[in-house]
Design a binder for this molecule. Structure first.
Ligand SMILES: O=C(O)CCC(=O)C(=O)O
Ligand SMILES: [Fe+2]
Length: 273
């Protein structure tokens, strides 16, 4: 049944047969999250999650924060980041123990930046109201992971996907069966910086077309896709297991605050970065 609280845009990805639409809602209902999980939605847009004024304030505060970079050997074009992510601590023997000290420090830095007005907590609270089940940060042996990263992309990104269940099966206490990427945009460029999501997940044969940390465009050629031009203060959820890429900025800064969210078989939503 069509959810009346969402606005459906059928013009983008081919309409009814493709079922890869974008919905927009200030508070996405459970039904939209389920459709995104089922693969019959491409993205959920949440306009005005943060006011333009709040985005400007956070940008001013971020100007005094120390950003670091992903290893340019792994992620190129370079990406500046504030916050921490599990993928930085992968090793052949499992998650490196240093993750926990880093996560604790990241939580302190995050608290110092946002005080009582933490946008990750705000979306967690909002989801808890619409999702009929528990919403929490992901845990490993009962210990809470950190969820939050602010990233500045300038040169865009390669075509890639993010799927922790493939990189790191059984890491979390409640493993996600679906993975979403979430970003709330604090600054958007005047041009460029669009997010394109392809209706295509990884296939083993794609390994012949790896291009550094990404994949060659031919893996998604001929597949339906949507292209989103994020607005300031807008939140966007998409299935990060679908191949996606970000266009290079031609003018202006592109800064987004994000995390991943998993849907688990226990009806729990879990967040991490
Ligand atoms: O910044 C974006 O729009 C998406 C970034 C991305 O690749 C992700 O969140 O997985
Ligand atoms: Fe991604």
């Amino acid at each position: 049944m069509q959810d009346v609280s969402s606005t459906l845009d059928r013009s983008v990805a081919g309409g009814d047969e493709v079922m890869f639409d974008i919905v927009s809602s200030p508070a996405p209902p459970r039904s939209d999250i389920l459709r995104l999980a089922a693969g019959t939605l491409a993205a959920i847009r949440i306009p005005g999650m943060l006011s333009p004024q709040r985005c400007t304030e956070v940008m001013v505060e971020l100007a005094d924060c120390e950003f670091d970079h992903y290893d340019p050997a792994q992620v190129f074009p370079p990406v500046a980041k504030f916050g921490t992510g599990i993928s930085d601590f992968y090793s052949a023997d499992g998650l490196r123990q240093e993750y926990w000290a880093e996560a604790e420090q990241a939580a302190k830095n995050w608290q110092a930046l946002f005080n009582d007005d933490d946008p990750v907590q705000a979306i967690l609270d909002q989801l808890a109201r619409s999702w009929d089940g528990p919403v929490s940060r992901a845990t490993i042996d009962g210990q809470e992971c950190f969820a939050g990263v602010v990233r500045q992309l300038t040169g865009g990104s390669r075509i890639h996907y993010d799927e922790i269940a493939r990189d790191y099966p059984y890491l979390f206490d409640t493993p996600p069966i679906v993975q979403f990427g979430f970003n709330c945009y604090l600054a958007v460029p005047e041009s460029g910086g669009e997010l394109t999501v392809h209706r295509r997940r990884w296939l083993p044969r794609d390994e012949d077309h790896r291009d550094g940390y990404g994949w060659a465009p031919r893996v998604v050629a001929d597949e339906p896709h949507v292209t989103l031009h994020p607005e300031v203060g807008e939140g966007i959820f998409f299935d990060s297991r679908n191949y996606h890429r970000i266009g290079a900025n031609t003018a202006g800064r592109r800064v987004a605050l994000g995390f991943f969210m998993g849907v688990t078989a226990e009806n729990r939503l879990v967040l991490w970065s």
